[in-house]
Design a protein. Structure first.
Lengths: 111, 112
């Protein structure tokens, strides 16, 4: 059974903290993605990676960075968390040009 | 930039009827289009993929059409059931790197 796991389901952080969200997939997929989802705004792509150490900006990369040192792991970093980054964060993986498999999501609250 | 529009935020239908959801896109020529289902508090789950050279695709009670001239996809659920209640997302794609462009979704409620 294919699986995408995310490090936390719920996370509460303070403004200004550095936050790491981790995603691991076990399907040997080339592509991995980080989205955030907010009511009324749908899924918005933050960053994606198409190979180890390769990344592309999505539609809303400001305030975020990513790291992909191993094929199965893709990390999202909030360098200095702000309240407007309170959101549901979803990770996904896929083979190139194929369906995406999503993780369960991390609900991040920044206070 | 690409724009993906799904017909309405919410659709309510009676059990047993056919639900039809619409996805329109502009400023884009996708090579394929995907549909996902999302339940509250969970990640989206892939349902169907249709390619630009396919007019229609079926899977059990689901049917998807893809009209590249109209720049539109229709998603049908026949003999709908309350368990079909969820948000449905369309996602055109086809770039070399494989990213998708998600619509905001249509929340479907099937009442008994």
């Amino acid at each position: 059974d294919v699986k995408v796991t995310q490090s936390s389901r719920y996370l509460v952080k303070r403004t200004g903290e550095k936050v790491f969200l981790e995603c691991v997939q076990d399907m040997d997929h080339e592509n991995m993605f980080w989205y955030r989802q907010d009511p009324g705004l749908g899924l918005r792509l933050i960053y994606f990676s198409y190979d180890v150490k390769m990344k592309e900006k999505g539609d809303i990369p400001e305030g975020y960075s990513v790291s992909r040192e191993k094929k199965e792991r893709f990390s999202l970093i909030l360098e200095s968390a702000s309240t407007n980054q309170t959101s549901m964060y979803l990770c996904a993986s896929s083979s190139v040009r194929d369906e995406q498999y999503f993780g369960p999501g991390t609900r991040l609250t920044v206070t | 930039s690409q724009k993906i529009e799904q017909n309405s935020e919410a659709l309510n239908i009676q059990e047993g009827k056919t639900a039809t959801l619409t996805c329109n896109y502009t400023n884009y020529s996708p090579a394929y289009l995907q549909w996902y289902r999302q339940d509250p508090g969970r990640g989206p789950v892939f349902l169907l993929l249709i390619r630009e050279n396919e007019k229609e695709k079926r899977k059990e009670r689901l049917k998807v059409t893809f009209d590249t001239t109209l720049k539109q996809s229709l998603f049908h659920i026949t003999a709908s059931q309350p368990a079909d209640s969820a948000t449905y997302l369309c996602a055109p794609g086809g770039s070399t790197l494989g990213r998708l462009y998600f619509g905001r979704g249509t929340q479907l409620t099937v009442w008994p």
